[in-house]
Design a protein around this ligand. Structure first.
Ligand code: CU
Length: 148
């Protein structure tokens, strides 16, 4: 999966040229046993707003976590990602919208995150309509509140 994502990112860089690649930023999200606010099992930062073309690298600062997109909570036509346990994964985001993701083993403990690509995400209502486990739902509502 990581290999596939890397190839997609290379293809984007090739199509758009070096000037575009130079503008794109990489953002890091740490996967932690204990978040900055003291809560257990968190992505840090759990909410990110980025520009189309930017990448996000999920860093296994602590082991035993993963980053997987949540079905129905990414824009239509976008390829889902599944990072694998304790693996670093870099995902390129080209299409505007919201992208929600989870840590597979800690989904029910509320270990979820949200990335907003661009602004006024067209799939916001669709993403908000997806049912999540109670703790994940609570956290996701906090994250949705930060969408511009
Ligand atoms: Cu986790």
């Amino acid at each position: 999966m990581f290999k596939h994502v890397a190839i997609a990112a290379a293809a984007v860089a090739l199509v758009c040229g070096t000037s575009y690649a130079a503008l794109a930023a990489d953002h890091q999200v740490k996967m932690l046993n204990k978040g900055p606010d003291g809560k257990m099992m968190e992505f840090d930062p759990a909410f990110l707003q980025i520009a189309p073309g930017d990448t996000v690298t999920f860093v296994p600062t602590d082991k035993g976590h993963s980053s997987d997109s949540i079905n129905g909570m990414i824009p239509d036509g976008v390829q889902p990602w599944k990072g694998g346990m304790s693996q670093e994964i870099t995902v390129t985001f080209t299409k505007p919208g919201v992208y929600a993701y989870k840590c597979m083993p800690h989904f029910t403990l509320g270990m979820v995150g949200l990335i907003e690509v661009g602004s006024n995400p067209p799939n916001l209502d669709a993403a908000k309509g997806v049912r999540l486990p109670p703790l994940a739902d609570k956290k996701m509502k906090e994250l949705f509140a930060q969408v511009k």
